[in-house]
Write a protein of this length. Sequence first.
Length: 577
Amino acid sequence: MDYRTEIAVRIAVATGLDAETTNGLIEVPPQKELGDYAFPCFALSKTLRKAPAFIASELAADPGLGASWIEKVESVGPYLNFFLDRGHVASTVLTAILESGIHYGDGDEGKGKTVIVEFSSPNIAKPFHVGHAFTTVLGNSLSRIYSKLGYRVVRMNHLGDYGTQFGKLITAYRLWGDEQALRSAPIKELLRIYVKFHEAEKDDPSLGITARENFRRLEEGCPDERALWEKFRDMSLKEFSAVYEKMGVSFDNYNGESFYGDRIPEVVKLLNEKGILTESEGAQVVMLDEYGLPPCIIIKSDGTTIYASRDLAAAMYRYDTYGFYKNIYVVGLPQALHFKQVFAVLEKAGLPYAGDCVHVGFGLVKFKNMKFSTREGNIVVLDELLDESISKTREIIKSNALIRDTGMSDEGIEEVALKVGIGAVIYTYLRAGRERDIVFSWEEMLDFEGDSAPYLIYTYARTRSILRKASERGITDIEISKTDFLLLTSDDETGVVKLLAEIPDAVSRAAATNEPFMVARLAAQIARAFNRFYNNSAILSGTDIALRNARLALCEATCAGILICTDLLGIEVVEQM
Ligand code: ARG
């Protein structure tokens, strides 16, 4: 139960405002003497034509605002202050979490609905850079969030495996390709000949003509060109798969651009039937003036297809195959115009699902005081960012006296370095609104006390170790489950409980806005609140057995809460560190 939302609903009923508005107005008072939640009545004074303070005092007396879990409602000036019954809240929330474990917050809003999450979508023969990592991390998290809410999720990787650049690659490979090099480091070799092609083309423009010819042959299905293309694709995919495995990411299919190549005639046919395909300078386009957008090119003047036409074919295929409820594209903001055009064409063609296609954009990736040894061209490759993060984490762990004292084995250290190092990168991508630019800095992302994955994972591991110690002393789960939650009423305990109660709502809101940061932020708040409780209270050493058990139950519930959130973010925790 989310108390804030429940209170918002009650205020809405009592005042005639809608619940979303009242929810937005609810504040958390700065001092505990003012209650757990406060509702300022200023906004009501216009419509009700009464002074805010008068409205507050009237509402305080309204029995409709009461509930078994509300201890009291008080008015102080223009504010209406709500005091929760702390024991009641602790009991409801902790029972729910301990009963459902990792399934706490599972929802059924998605029952019977399919959501397509298209993400990652790197380009064949190009390095997997930190921008592709952004969509990979975001898409993976969104997939998990939708699944938790009961949606059937189809994870699609729309590989950039088609287009005129393959004509260039085929041409370049025939001229300068090194089979051996291709085998040992495919993307590096493909990039080398691609760069070389562009340099050579400056002096010899006929190369461009050959490349276009080769792409046309590829589109027509000529076996030699097709075989080379397949080789480039397979080898690149092998390299990408290694990255996905490292990050714990998987896909239901890799239907890339090429997959839709032979579906373009259907698109052309439909657009013609609707009478919206027109000719412009030899190309076939759909005019989008009424949307205030530039024309969308469907077929180029040389008869070949283009990125947008393949996207139109893809949207149609996805609807025909999956009957999606939502079709999500996790792609950087620079492609916003492209998606506006594609969605506008779908709408103009009268396809009813045009409005269910959503571009989920994200910002740029930047670095603060970070050097990378092997920049390929001007970009940072994800693999290197991950490796650096893992090795820096390993150093930190090895140099930390506290951690050393637990007597961890080398393998143990390795596992922690791997999970924490990768988690640190993932968390940096997800901790703020996705449209904001991201700045990576080692100090922040590996700060074990900061807003970071190491902090979350460390909090989890330490809490687990308290529970391990408890069980070593013979305190069993059964004993914990018989606990009296009504004893958990201190500010620190209530602080943790109230945040745990917010999990279900945070997951729904993250899905509604496609913003995993809502889950990330809550996880950080839970960890922060738990550490405050941990620092201020005796847990295992307490002499009051009932209180000790209740506090252990709070530890158990906190572990479940952190685990639910990190799992939704795609971050793995460790049991010990
Ligand atoms: N491969 C493209 C790129 O790296 C992203 C593909 C986005 N998805 C799509 N359906 N157009 O820029």
